[in-house]
Every structure is written in structure tokens, then in C-alpha cells.
Design a protein around this ligand. Sequence first.
Ligand code: GLV
Length: 318
Amino acid sequence: MKILATCKLPEELMAPIKEKYEVVMADNENEPMPRKRLLSEIEAADGLFTNVADVIDQEVFDRAKQLKVVSTMAVGYDNIDLEVARNRGILVGHTPGVLTEATADLTFALLMATGRRLIEGMDVIRDDQWKSWGPFFLTGQEIYGKTIGIIGMGKIGLGVAKRAKGFSMNILYHNRSRNEEAEMELDASYLELDALLEQSDYIVLLAPSTKETYHMMSTPQFKKMKHSAVFINTSRGLNVDEEALYQALQSNEIWAAGLDVFQTEPINSNHKLLQLRNVTALPHIGSAAIETRLEMARLAMANLVNGLEGKPLVHQVK
Ligand code: GLV
């Protein structure tokens, strides 16, 4: 059987796989397999190892003649057309759980970096603009004891809430369903979205990308936020109307934004949002800790192999 991996994976993971399967893998670690090659290699593939950089749509499924399982090295699977996969009996696996803490760490790090203007501080030194200690030089927003509003209280949201608790933050959240653990153990309060937007100092978006969450943060939502609000997005770029965010930041409707995800990735230095001083941008590195990425790769490979061997996936997307 043939496995197609659209990213280059470590030899220690691949060596036992190569003994059992024919493997076709991307040549470079940080570059996705070109779409043209993916479309041609998928024809004879039984299993596909993918990640958030690929779009696994109808065209890919149409080309595949014997595909049994698609395994993504990610918790989010909005880049995979699940309906087409389901209709063709193709299993889809993903990697929840193992990336929870690393992604919560990064989310909180981005919150702190944005609130206290860390990246700007480094830029000031690099640009030789550090002239003196000034009473209001690079002043940001306090974090300790402030109010955080978490939109999407799943595993990662809960992880962020735990970190916020350590900073004595008042925790608000909005979610499709109530999260008892957050309420009982962290004293988190459930609020309707508008109330959360109005009351929070830090607003952290962690909702999955679906039809319902498309552009869920747009002009009306930014207008409800405090002028001192810091908006953080480590979920998916499509959840945010980037033009509306740009306007809100430029007009000081909100104070700053920390973004790890964008509507179309990768972005480059010409991106409109990067022209703003009050944006802290990262290249989609929420789960990018070495141990975490190794665990994700192992789990995604276990899903793939299980699917090929007719066993239940460790984590199947239903
Ligand atoms: C990354 O964005 C993931 O979904 O794991």
C-alpha cells in the first residue's frame, strides 16, 4: 500500500513505516508539497498524511482512486472536505489532546507579548531607537488581575483559562455549551458573546472554523469591545473579518491585536495588518514546540496506519 505525506517527516518516524509501505514524501520540511504533485501522487495512494497547509477538497478526492484514510497532523480539520470524504467512505483522523498545552502556552505568550508590546520593544532596539528611559515609553496594558474573555471553551480554551487564573484574571467565556470544569475549578463565568466583548480587557478567540464561525468577529463585534481591548486569535483566520479588524485597529476602536492565524496563509510583509504598529503577528505556530510536534506526528501516523489496517483510528473525525 502507498502512503503519501505532503510534508517531510523525521526519519525516526518514517523508518518502520517504509519497511511496510511504499512512501512518497515532500522533499522539504517547511514547504508543502506542490499542489500539482499532490494531485498526481494521490491517484495511487491508499493513505494521505496531511496538515493545515493543504486543501483537501473535492478535486483531491476525485483524483484518488484507492484512498482509504486521510490523517491530518492538526486538531483543526477545516481544510478537509468532510462531506466528500464521508460519502466515499474515506476515514479522517486528527490530533486533539497532544497539542493542548503547547497551544495554550503560545496563546498566553501572544497575549502577553501583545499587551506589553514585546516585539515592538525588540524592534526599537534593532532600529536604534532606544534613546532613553521615558515615563510612558512603550507602555502597554496590565495583565495581572484583568478580565479575560475566552471565546471557545474547549480543551485549549480551558488551558488558557488555567494560565489566566495564575495571573489572577477574572475569567469570562462564551461557548456552544457550558463548561462545568471551567466554572467549578476556575470560577469562569459564562456570558453571551456581546456581554463578553463589552466586559473583557483581553479577548481570546479559540473557536473552530465552521460555516457558523466565518467572520464571527467583524465591525459590530469590534465596536462592542473596550477601546483598551487586546484581541488575540490563535484559532483560524477565517473566523475574523480582517478588513474590519484593520479598521478597528487603525481607528483605535480597539487597542491591539495578536494574531497567529490569517485568512490566507502564509502572509508576507506586505500584508495590510502588518503596516499597523498595534499588531503582533506570528506564522501559525500555536502547537510548534518540539515535543508537541513529535507527538502530533506520531499520533497522525498511528491514525493513518490504523486506518490502512482496518482498525479504529485513535482520533477519528466524525
Ligand atoms: C493547528 O492549527 C491545528 O489545528 O492543529
